[in-house]
Write a protein that binds this ligand. Structure first.
Ligand code: CP
Length: 312
């Protein structure tokens, strides 16, 4: 592949290749000297049009650990503020010959659109409600390391499914790897027709979590609710927030995940989120750096295999 725009185009063996390489980068990240040379000489530009802590920091660290020249654009201070469009901004940066462009944007399809316009590899760091492929890959690596496998598992994805690119990418990946996916949440936050994706849908946490191996909680994405149904936090936590009582319905070995940023006391109990016997939330963050290193390394190998484009 020339770009990483979503999980949809990836084959299961390609997912395994990324995760296997990421495993090696987890080891590198735990060493005192964390440097490798896979991106040496290459230029990586990060363009985040939406706020981010984990994804932006980990893409930046990933690029630096692999030796790239990394520039993170402060989009709030860019000429976007003066009315420059996404495409004009991207074409301007493209003229500086980056090799890797990492983009997060509130509109679904923004990363695909950029990929059609620029000469470099584009990595989707989250586009609207569409996809967040590196999140699904880091979740997959976390699950594989915690459970010892990434197939024939039962995974419950809970909460605000309707607004979640994380849910969409995870559903696609988990199905490709032959897992069973349950979606649990209020009907108002469940996309209509989602059963066509081969998932089971529940609006009751006890039923939805019964005997599952993995419980993945999602944040209530109020910024995408534009005046529609917004549940009260107290009521939401009572019915759909994960606490020890609800988790008791899952497998005794079930792990608890959350992509972050999490709202303690809304979708997850803070004590449970911090319980290192059940929660792998900090592991997910660690895996995020390794997966992004692996994804950029593999795209760079592809770039280097192409003939150098001669400048006019
Ligand atoms: N999980 C995730 O994408 O977090 P950020 O929005 O902080 O990058």
């Amino acid at each position: 592949h020339r770009h990483l725009l979503g999980i949809e185009p990836l084959r299961p063996d390609e997912i395994v290749t990324i995760l296997d390489l990421a495993d090696q980068y987890v080891d590198l990240g735990r060493r005192r000297d964390k440097h490798a040379r896979a991106l040496a000489g290459l230029t990586q530009i990060n363009m985040f049009f939406e706020s981010s802590t984990r994804t932006q920091a980990s893409f930046e660290l990933a690029g630096k650990r692999l030796g790239a020249d990394v520039m993170s654009m402060a989009m709030q201070a860019s000429s976007i503020k003066k009315g420059e469009t996404l495409i004009d901004t991207a074409m301007t940066l493209n003229a500086m010959h980056p090799d890797l462009l990492v983009v997060r944007h509130p509109q679904s399809g923004a990363a695909d659109l950029l990929a059609q316009k620029v000469n470099c590899a584009v990595l989707n760091a989250g586009d609207g409600r569409h996809e967040h492929p590196t999140q699904a890959l880091l979740d997959a690596l976390t699950i594989r390391r915690a459970k010892g496998r990434l197939h024939r598992l039962s995974v419950a994805i809970c909460g605000d499914i309707a607004h979640s690119r994380v849910a969409r990418s995870n559903i696609l990946l988990l199905h490709k790897m032959e897992n069973r996916v349950r979606l649990v949440g209020p009907p108002t936050l469940m996309p209509s027709g989602i059963e066509e994706f081969g998932v089971e849908v529940f609006d009751d946490m006890e039923e939805g979590l019964r005997d599952v191996d993995v419980v993945m909680m999602l944040r209530l994405q109020r910024e995408r609710m534009d005046g529609g149904f917004i549940p009260s936090e107290r009521e939401y936590f009572h019915r759909y927030g994960l606490d020890a009582e609800k988790l008791a319905h899952a497998s005794p070995e079930a792990i608890v995940m959350h992509p972050g940023p999490m709202n303690r006391g809304v979708e997850i109990d803070g004590t449970l989120a911090d319980d290192i016997n059940r929660s792998v939330i900090q592991d997910q963050v660690e895996m995020g750096v390794a997966v992004r290193m692996a994804a950029m390394d593999l795209l760079a190998r592809n770039l280097r295999a192409r003939p150098t484009e001669v400048m006019a």
